[in-house]
Design a protein. Structure first.
Length: 311
């Protein structure tokens, strides 16, 4: 008796008989077709973003090019390619006004630093009160605070000027800094309130069991976890205050007290010849602190956003 192995080959089903064989290379075309279309779509998106970015950055490039041109050719050469190179605009613009331009940079730095400290301290404390404390008329007060966001600044500028004039604060930095110490920027208060509400109350309860009061809870628990909101407040306060022209124009009358935006306005003479080259040169100089602040602050913003979900 011999042992033999018989291979069993099942009969093909009707579906297998009726299904046509795929053409050669069709599977490979299906596998790389969507990928090729995706790469083309991504390339078109990047080209559109580059084109849009070029359109948005063109005025800045034109101002940079104009700062290196003589006054008589600035508006005759509308492009950004330089045919002449005039670096004297920076040296002339630095000393063109009654004081060196460093004085105006220092004045703006003092105002910006005071406003940043005021917003960080007052807005964070007000936000903690709205988010964690319970007191009478809390909801009406919060609603009234939000209504101030929709109130135009020009509506209150006249009574504010009268008040500051009566106490002798006109032509000083106090009208620009003191309101920030009173949590007048409702946008930052609302931003911090929403952030604190996202922090679990279990941490507050655990600290309260250990004997901590509201000052300790706020300073040692809530405040360190508010870094993203504090960084956002710092960056926006810096940019808005550094570029604020109207408030400084109203309250500052002494040229030696001018901030950067008001000093730049002094380069333009409505009745005589304007020094456009020096104006553009000093405008580029005034943009550098904002650019550096955004680059430095962006790192903290990204870090804060990345750690928000695991706080």
């Amino acid at each position: 008796m011999t042992n033999s192995t018989i291979a069993y080959d099942p009969a093909p089903t009707a579906e297998q008989d009726s299904a046509p064989a795929p053409p050669q290379g069709a599977a490979s075309r299906r596998s790389r077709g969507p990928g090729a279309r995706g790469r083309i779509r991504s390339l078109l998106k990047h080209l559109a973003l580059i084109l849009t970015g070029g359109v948005m950055i063109y005025p800045l490039l034109w101002m940079l090019a104009s700062s290196l041109r003589p006054n008589d050719v600035i508006f005759r050469e509308p492009g950004i390619l330089l045919e002449t190179f005039e670096s004297a605009n920076y040296t002339d613009g630095w000393t063109a006004l009654s004081s060196p331009f460093s004085v105006y940079l220092f004045n703006s730095a003092v105002v910006v630093l005071g406003c940043i400290v005021g917003n960080l301290v007052s807005c964070s404390m007000a936000a903690y009160a709205f988010a964690r404390l319970e007191f009478r008329f809390k909801k009406p007060a919060f609603a009234l605070m939000l209504l101030t966001i929709m109130l135009p600044f020009h509506v209150v500028i006249v009574p504010q000027y009268i008040m500051f004039s009566q106490i002798g604060w006109v032509n000083t930095f106090w009208p620009l800094i003191v309101p920030k110490l009173l949590a007048t920027d409702a946008f930052f208060v609302f931003l911090m309130v929403q952030f604190i509400r996202g922090i679990p109350r279990d941490m507050d309860e655990a600290a309260r069991i250990d004997g901590a009061g509201h000052p300790r809870i706020f300073g040692q628990i809530i405040l360190p976890m508010m870094v993203p909101a504090l960084a956002t407040t710092t960056i926006f306060t810096f940019i808005w205050t550094w570029n604020d022209f109207f408030s400084a124009l109203i309250y500052l009358t002494d040229p030696d007290m001018f901030t950067v935006p008001v000093a730049l306005r002094a380069f333009v003479d409505a009745t005589g010849e304007s020094s456009w080259g020096s104006l553009f040169a000093m405008s580029i100089v005034s943009l550098l602190p904002v650019f550096i602040a955004f680059l430095v602050g962006q790192k903290f913003l990204v870090k804060g956003i990345a750690t928000t979900g695991i706080k």
